[in-house]
Design a protein around this ligand. Structure first.
Ligand SMILES: [Zn+2]
Length: 483
């Protein structure tokens, strides 16, 4: 570029992609990146942002989150933005269990409409399919509307969430036919219920029995079964939130046999153990459960040797009271006189708020500790999720023609994670007090400033719905391969 003037020039930073870290200037005009050239470039711009001493990263993608509780798309995306995320892919499902009528696609239509109004960030959508969904109608219809990924739970039968195996096979074959991708929460729900019932019968409902009620073998069994079904139906498979050390070899084997198997883990499975649950009880109850240090180490190794492709948050925004109160209604929670920290662990709600702390934790424990490189971080938090879900190269990369979603990251900034400092409504974090060296300090979405000087500079109502493109996915014949 020589003669034209760009709107914005990000000058002198270290641009990180999945394959290099180089000192580059990035030019943005309108919503797009128009030029990436070695620094110092001779690009003229109306505004120059000095990125000296900072990493320049593609905006991160959080491809696993549930903004349907206390935190919805407004406060969830606000929190995510402060964590260096510029694109989110939330899960949406039929809400019949909450008394809201409508099919999955109707619920998703409403969700997109509402998110267009309240989200701070561009968003795709994954569908969750339950046993009562008419998958023959829903799967093709959703794919046509750009919802190309379908999550199924292999657990929670009593919560009405588990997908029966025969329906899972049907959904996978329909998804495969139309270029979609199946996602699974891999845990054996019948075994979990069996073990849980036994503990409850014996009066063992304190926190120490939680991890014992959902052992690693149940994740391994379910992941193996899901990969078998995906292989039989020739359906691409994405296994969410890996947590058990043994599951990696199982999924690697399917991949080596030529199956399209993709995998994800989360910051909590990289950095926290059952000790956190023993300390905080219900607040740290998640499914799969926090496991052992050996499992954290295995997840890092999985990231190092490319068995794990992505890191996402599995965000669910609950207040402390909601966590302790389990499935009770909001009114019932508000009516609670006091929180009983020693109530049955089996009654507590699943889930935690992890999105804002995700990049700081992965950077601190991954890059600062020498477990992964900055380039690998960009692969697993930017490039790979965009590729797997058909959003690349619009999202996930800093390249000419891509959306100008850019994060500046200061590797020298110290900060401490806390509930006080986070921007979601949830009033706790399991990373409370964790010291971090390195922080996202600036971000933009499609050329418009999001975060600057510790403040949200954008408004709700600018977000774009991002339909996934089945021809671009990592599993499509001519798609973008993950690294
Ligand atoms: Zn989840």
């Amino acid at each position: 570029m020589t003669s034209t003037t760009a709107d914005i020039l990000i000058s002198g930073g270290l641009l990180v992609s999945g394959s290099s870290t180089t000192k580059m200037d990035v030019a943005v005009t309108g919503e797009k990146i128009i030029d990436v050239s070695p620094h110092p470039s001779n690009i003229e711009a109306k505004r120059t942002i000095d990125a000296t001493g900072l990493y320049v990263l593609p905006g991160l993608i959080d491809a696993h989150n549930h903004p349907i509780n206390l935190d919805k798309m407004d406060s969830f995306t606000l929190s995510a933005a402060f964590g260096g995320i510029t694109t989110v892919i939330p899960f949406m499902q039929n809400m019949r269990s909450r008394g809201i009528e409508g099919t999955t696609s109707e619920t998703i239509d409403r969700f997109i409409e509402e998110s267009n109004e309240i989200s701070y960030l561009d968003f795709g959508v994954h569908a969750i399919l339950f046993g009562d969904d008419d998958v023959e109608i829903e799967v093709p219809k959703l794919i046509e509307n750009g919802i190309i990924s379908f999550k199924m739970y292999m657990t929670y039968p009593r919560r009405g969430m588990m997908m029966p195996d025969d329906r899972m096979l049907k959904a996978m074959s329909l998804a495969a036919e139309a270029g979609g991708i199946a996602m699974v929460h891999a845990e054996n729900g019948y075994c979990i219920d069996f073990l849980t019932d036994n503990f409850i019968d014996e009066g063992h409902t304190s926190r120490e029995y939680y991890a014992k009620s959902q052992p690693r073998i149940l994740e391994v069994e379910a992941a193996n079964r899901a990969a078998t079904y995906a292989s039989v139906t020739d359906c691409p498979l994405y296994v969410v939130h890996l947590s058990a050390r043994e599951v990696l070899d199982v999924l690697r084997r399917y991949r080596e046999e030529g199956n399209n198997v993709f995998t994800e883990t989360c910051p909590q499975y990289l950095d926290l153990t059952n000790d956190t649950l023993m300390e905080h009880g219900a607040l740290a109850k998640i499914g799969p459960p926090l496991r052992e240090r050996e499992d954290n180490i295995a997840m890092w190794e999985g990231l190092q040797n490319n068995v794990i492709d992505t890191i996402a948050s599995d965000f669910c925004g609950f207040s402390k009271a909601h966590k302790y109160a389990g499935g009770r209604s909001s009114a019932a929670v508000e009516a609670m006189e006091e929180i009983d920290e020693n109530a049955s662990i089996f009654e507590a709600s699943f889930g935690g708020n992890w999105t804002e702390q995700m990049l700081p934790v992965v950077y601190e424990e991954g890059v600062n500790q020498g477990r992964i490189t900055m380039m690998r971080l960009v692969q697993v938090m930017c490039e790979n999720p965009a590729k797997i879900f058909g959003l690349y190269p619009q999202k996930g990369t800093i390249s000419p023609g891509s959306d100008a979603d850019i994060v500046l990251f200061d590797p020298a900034m110290k900060h401490v994670l806390s509930a006080e400092a986070q921007h979601c409504k949830a009033d706790f974090t399991m990373f409370e007090g964790k010291e971090i060296l390195g922080k996202p300090v600036f971000s933009m979405q499609r050329g418009k400033t999001l975060i600057e000087h510790g403040e949200m500079k954008s408004e709700q109502g600018n977000a774009l719905y991002l339909p996934g493109d089945v021809n671009l996915t990592a599993s499509a014949p001519k798609g973008h391969r993950v690294k």
